[in-house]
Ligand binder design. Structure first.
Ligand code: ZN
Length: 565
């Protein structure tokens, strides 16, 4: 072999040298007031990032990087991980129609007309859920006495919806309104357009499926909202076909938040198994999520009871505001939890197969039964690190609080519910039971892990915004957005700001078995970061409500910058 000429050696050396030069990071954020969420080093001034991962945090001189962002002292947090959203419904509400707080003719016409302008001709205008805030207005603390009922008719909207079939529903979904175009498509006659009972059911069944383009447009609107509010992971419970949209966006580099996907139907879960998306069945020590950096699968969601807004949540004792004919009514079960023995054995066998369960439970009896099921899981399948998720954990009976201790039970709660639901909670279940409602401090002290989310966009009876700031505000103040009541609703359940942020970052990541990659700002974790223009630690909660996100960073890339909007 011929010896390598000296000049080549020098070239080679200088190439190697330049590779090793300090510019090893892609991005460094400097001059921040960075709350890392790491106990040993909670605060830092800079974060360095390479290939989407955090390579270091610290104070003093930052390392060199290809790009530098001066945070100018702004509060910087691990990216918010929203542990509970309904993405597809949110997209629909944003692009299609949101009538939740509409209960007057003017507002109704205005909302329908605006939607018709937004959607291409021929698209259906559907759902809307008008009148949800009729009895208790948005932001009120109670008192339903001045409620005015509103019933729309098609003559209000026919002239502004000549090119759009309309079939919108009232919040309880027991009444619908169709416009002229929809009625002729559906082949139904109705003078005023109001449909109820089987007519409504048949009409809803006939609405054609949305096109892929429309669903994509809705998803883009929803993603823009998610970025604007600094959310870097969403844990979504949409129907399975939502994954096609996510995949499409990801293939085009336009997915701007990470998705933790949790089907609500067993059939969807089975399909996911067939597609090879689900669980490492042989994983020792309990269930673990599967997926990659952008999509994680693994949790199965189901329900045991209904919601308080519709009086379908299940309590030990009757509702306090039952009508005289229904005086003993204490709520019901869901279709597949009607036979509780079958329900219990289904959940326990899912657990033995290594599936992490998240189960919706609102009423105190519903929550109590889930704790019984958890006891049974321990007994039958052993005390695994299963991170059983009590979804909403909304009203807990005082006798059940002690059962949370030492079991890593996840209270998957949505603090903004307090702000919204206090409108009617006390009327509905009475003062005593309200002590165990949204009892975040008691749950935390009892040893459960708080996992915060928004429940965006809400139910058909309420609107819950995605803003994590609203969630933090609600958890810390337990007040309406108008600052009422003065000392907070059941103020003994308020929690500290730092705990609230932790629940919205680390807690929600832990609840999904993702805390090794998300939820704190430390070396090796995903560079998912949120920068706020308001220092929550130095300002009062009413000022937080005006806080805005300055930057949302996902995978080391700025996906939202307020300055460039
Ligand atoms: Zn929900």
């Amino acid at each position: 072999m011929r010896p390598i000429p000296k000049i080549l050696f020098i070239v080679l050396l200088s190439v190697l040298w330049s590779c090793e030069k300090p510019k090893t990071n892609d991005l460094v954020l400097i001059n921040g007031k960075i709350w890392t969420g790491v106990e040993e080093q909670p605060w830092a001034e800079w974060i360095s990032i390479k290939k989407g991962l955090i390579t270091g945090t610290g104070s003093g001189n930052p390392p060199a990087a290809g790009e530098e962002i001066d945070l100018k002292g702004q509060l910087t947090l691990p990216g918010f991980n929203d542990s509970h959203i309904h993405f597809a419904s949110a997209g629909h509400l944003l692009l299609n129609i949101n009538l939740l707080d509409v209960n007057t003719e003017d507002k109704f016409i205005e909302a329908v007309e605006a939607t018709a302008k937004r959607l291409p001709p021929g698209s259906w205008i559907t759902r809307g859920d008008w009148g949800a805030y009729e009895a208790w207005s948005m932001g009120s603390e109670g008192d339903s006495r001045n409620a005015q009922t509103f019933e729309p008719s098609r003559d209000m909207i026919d002239s502004v919806t000549m090119e759009h079939p309309v079939l919108v529903t009232r919040y309880d979904r027991k009444m619908g309104l169709a416009n002229e175009l929809a009625l002729s498509y559906l082949n139904i006659e109705s003078e005023n357009g109001i449909l109820t009972g089987n007519d409504l059911k048949d009409a809803l069944d006939q609405i054609p499926d949305k096109s892929f383009e429309q669903r994509l447009a809705e998803a883009k609107r929803a993603l823009a909202e998610i970025r604007r509010f600094g959310v870097t992971t969403v844990q979504d419970m949409s129907p399975l076909d939502q994954m096609d949209i996510y995949q499409y966006l990801r293939d085009r580099d336009s997915l701007t938040c990470r998705i933790n996907f949790s089907p609500s139907r067993l059939s969807d879960y089975q399909l996911m198994i067939e597609r090879g998306w689900v669980i490492d069945w042989d994983h020792p020590g309990g269930p673990k999520p599967t997926g990659d950096e952008w999509f994680v699968f693994g949790t199965l969601k189901t329900h045991i009871d209904g919601i308080m807004g519709a009086r379908t949540a299940r309590f030990f004792e009757p509702y306090s505001d039952n009508s005289p004919e229904m005086v003993d009514w204490r709520g019901g079960w869901r279709e597949f939890s009607g036979d509780l023995d079958v329900f219990k054995s289904m959940i326990i066998s899912a657990d033995s197969a290594g599936i992490q369960m998240r189960i919706h439970a609102i009423g105190d009896e519903a929550n109590s039964i889930l704790l019984d099921i958890l006891d049974k899981m321990d007994e039958v399948n052993g005390p695994l690190d299963r991170r059983f998720r009590l979804v909403h954990a909304q009203v807990i009976h005082e006798h059940d609080m002690a059962r949370f201790r030492g079991r890593n039970i996840i209270a998957e709660v949505q603090p903004y519910h307090v702000t919204d639901d206090m409108r009617w909670m006390e009327e509905r279940i009475g003062y005593e039971r309200c002590k165990g409602a949204y009892a975040f401090r008691t749950l935390q002290e009892a040893g459960s892990v708080l996992s915060f989310g928004s429940d965006w966009p809400g139910t058909n009876a309420s609107y819950y915004p995605i803003s994590p700031i609203y969630g933090l505000y609600a958890a810390v103040t337990r007040q309406t957005l108008q600052g009422k009541p003065e000392s907070g609703w059941f103020p003994e359940q308020r929690i500290e700001l730092e705990d609230a942020i932790k629940a919205y970052t680390w807690g929600s990541s832990f609840s999904a078995f993702e805390e090794s990659r998300k939820g704190t700002l430390e070396t090796g974790k995903f560079a998912d970061i949120t920068v706020l223009d308001t220092d929550l630690f130095e300002t009062s909660p009413d000022e937080w409500l005006d806080a805005e996100v300055s930057y949302t960073i996902v995978d080391g890339k700025v996906v939202y910058s307020r300055a460039s909007e």
